[in-house]
Design a protein around this ligand. Structure first.
Ligand SMILES: Nc1ncnc2c1ncn2[C@@H]1O[C@H](COP(=O)(O)OP(=O)(O)O)[C@@H](O)[C@H]1O
Ligand SMILES: [Mg+2]
Length: 400
């Protein structure tokens, strides 16, 4: 029998564990990636063929990809198309529509990629979102400014990692910024800034059934980490607490409303200071900033590997939900002024992972006890500030 052929699309270097698991499951694994990533450390043993698309800073011309993949399909039947990075969702859906390959089409893809589309869809379904307006029609923008007290956030509809997001103090500033955007303004939305804590839920869905979801809270909202500098932390919530249960219900409602059929999702929520939960954003991918490692440390479940199993099952064969070990974990990441910071000084037995990346420091701690994770995270995050970040102006701490 012909093996199932899975075409993975990765304009960035991502998803090694997806590729490995797909191969372990017996699939023929094809990878399409950026020409500039030719030297990247892909798991060669798990990839049958690799193709390169010319890129400008990882951006491709869609037509290069569509024509290249279509040419490939003359020789190999393509059964699945999977985008490994957020920026690859459009490409993957466009190719599925073109080759008529099953999977998420362009309409649903937008709910997981376009921050305007996901808000509108969530709002339609009665899911609370911060007040927002598309930066398009002058009268509607003026009406928003009159109705919603500042500050506001102006954000691009298709970015990630806090790129391009800015806080706006009032109407004068807004019109100046909007003027400078010129004819790009329709690619933005404006919304109410909701002060509060930011949470994320990382989910596995099969045939619209939520098979597992891990709820966590960022120590400092990602916007503050990237704009004011500091240490990025996130930690699983204690299971069964009111907060965790409420967030799980909210997340299930959101994924139902947006119509995720199968795959993984990293979704974010704000708990406003007034106690109201708001939907912030979602995606149909594994969370960045080492969240996959965090979830695996706590539960033993690797989201990349589960996603590969789900794509291969494809709604046609059963997918067995993995067992989520009920432990806890916390993650700390920051830039470091040292080229290779010494992480061995964080030597509690609960430290289960250390980041190896130039000018970065990162660790994950794990325990059966939530309180112990919080205690270690607090102590270590303070030491990160002193030992790694003290004199460094932060620009691009990981935050998605
Ligand atoms: N409406 C909002 N109110 C308060 N903070 C916000 C709001 N929108 C975004 N932020 C802050 O900006 C960060 C990034 O915004 P988000 O919409 O998640 O985009 P990204 O795709 O860049 O992660 C959030 O984690 C949060 O800290
Ligand atoms: Mg975000």
């Amino acid at each position: 029998m012909e093996p199932l052929t899975i075409l993975c699309v990765a304009s960035y270097h991502k998803g090694g564990e997806f590729l490995r698991e797909a191969k372990r499951q017996g699939a023929r694994v094809l990878l399409v990636t950026s020409e500039s990533l030719r030297g990247a450390d892909w798991p060669a043993d798990s990839i049958d063929e690799i193709f390169y698309v010319p890129d400008q800073q990882k951006r491709w011309r869609l037509d290069d990809f569509i024509l290249g993949a279509s040419y490939l399909a003359e020789r190999l039947p393509i059964d699945r198309i999977v985008p490994l990075d957020d920026f690859d969702l459009e490409k993957a859906s466009a190719l599925r529509e073109h080759l008529r390959v099953p999977g998420m089409g362009e309409t649903t893809m937008r709910y997981f990629r376009d921050k305007l589309a996901m808000r509108m869809k969530a709002q339609e379904a009665g899911v609370p979102v911060p007040a927002f307006v598309h930066v398009l029609n002058d009268a509607r923008i003026r009406d928003f400014c009159a109705r919603v007290p500042p500050p506001w956030v102006l954000k691009p509809r298709h970015e990630a990692g806090t790129i391009g997001i800015r806080k706006i103090a009032g109407a004068d500033e807004l019109w100046a910024v909007v003027g400078a955007l010129g004819d790009r303004r329709s690619y933005y939305l404006l919304e109410q800034f909701v002060p509060g804590d930011v949470f994320h839920v990382d989910s596995i869905v099969y045939e619209r059934d939520l098979r597992g979801a891990v709820a966590s809270r960022y120590g400092t909202p990602p916007f503050d980490v990237s704009h004011s500098g500091g240490v990025f932390t996130t930690c699983l919530l204690e299971r069964g607490t009111d907060q965790e249960v409420t967030l799980q219900v909210f997340n299930r409602r959101l994924l139902d409303a947006l119509g995720l059929v199968r795959g993984v999702s990293h979704s974010e929520y704000i708990l406003g200071e007034d106690g109201t939960w708001y939907f912030l954003e979602t995606s149909a991918r594994v969370g960045g900033a080492h969240i996959a490692e965090l979830v695996e440390a706590a539960t033993g479940v690797n989201l990349w590997a589960e996603w590969a199993k789900i794509e291969i099952a494809g709604g046609k064969t059963p997918y067995e939900t993995p067992r989520f070990r009920p432990d806890y974990a916390g993650l700390i990441v920051s830039l470091a002024r040292q080229e290779w910071p010494d992480l061995t000084v964080f030597d509690a037995p609960e430290v289960v992972w250390r980041l190896e990346k130039r000018h970065h420091a990162g660790i994950i701690v794990r325990s059966e006890r939530h309180a112990r994770v919080i205690e270690l995270l607090d102590a270590y995050a303070r030491r990160f500030v002193d030992e790694f970040t003290a004199t460094l102006p932060m620009g691009d701490a990981p935050a998605d």
